[in-house]
Design a protein around this ligand. Structure first.
Ligand SMILES: [Ca+2]
Ligand SMILES: [Ca+2]
Ligand SMILES: [Ca+2]
Length: 218
């Protein structure tokens, strides 16, 4: 860990600081995932549980406009048993509403729930048993957290390009350098050279193909 010169700037928001802290706490417990490839093998399972997540989303999108507004989100989190303050919900909403149109779309909703899942990790043991009353979804979020922990070798709460290269190298891919760089650039939205858990989640939901969900019916 020592000897890193380009020190990471402090997290921009209180929420991000909390995320990093929660991720570091989680990382100290280790990860159940051993390689980058094994994450990819879990995609079908993840896909399945995200479809359940879609049902929850639609249920709380009361006016069926394809996005959760503030009120709809608050009701949804309440129903899932998430006890967050008004301010925390606001912060989450802002952090996940990436195109700032004041509505949480489905892919943003998945990211938001996963952030909630991670943040609730500091609940007491008994509370932590079921953090949001949707076990299959929680298993998926656990996988996503595990995947991030696998990538974040030095456990500083961010994934650097080197860490990405290392993870893909270990998976035994040929010409892993370019692949890792490409993956990394897909993830690092704000191009600051670090991938936060939030950025990772947005990229991940795109990889799993979550965008294709919506247009089946309706
Ligand atoms: Ca709505
Ligand atoms: Ca790191
Ligand atoms: Ca970044």
């Amino acid at each position: 860990m020592g000897g890193v010169s380009g020190k990471l700037e402090s997290p921009e928001t209180k929420l991000e600081a909390k995320m990093v802290e929660a991720m570091q706490r989680r990382a100290s417990k280790g990860t159940a995932i051993k390689s980058f490839n094994s994450i990819i093998l879990k995609f079908p399972k993840i896909d399945e549980s995200l479809r359940k997540c879609k049902a929850i989303f639609e249920q709380f999108d009361e006016d069926s406009n394809g996005a959760l507004d503030h009120e709809e989100l608050k009701k949804c989190l309440h129903k899932l048993g998430v006890c967050f303050t008004e301010e925390e919900i606001d912060d989450l909403f802002k952090a996940c509403d990436v195109n700032e149109d004041m509505g949480i779309k489905f892919n943003e909703f998945v990211v938001l729930l996963c952030l909630v899942y991670l943040l609730k990790d500091n609940a007491t043991e008994s509370e932590a048993k079921s953090r949001m009353g949707v076990p299959s979804l929680e298993a998926t979020f656990e996988t996503l957290v595990d995947a991030f922990v696998l990538l974040d070798k030095n456990k500083d709460g961010y994934v650097s390009k080197n860490e990405m290269v290392q993870a893909i190298n270990e998976s035994g891919e040929h010409s892993s350098g370019p692949i890792a760089t490409k993956r990394f650039e897909e993830m690092d939205w704000d191009k600051n050279g670090w991938v936060s858990f939030k950025e990772f989640l947005f990229a991940f939901t795109a990889w799993v193909g979550i965008e294709d969900f919506g247009d089946d019916e309706d």
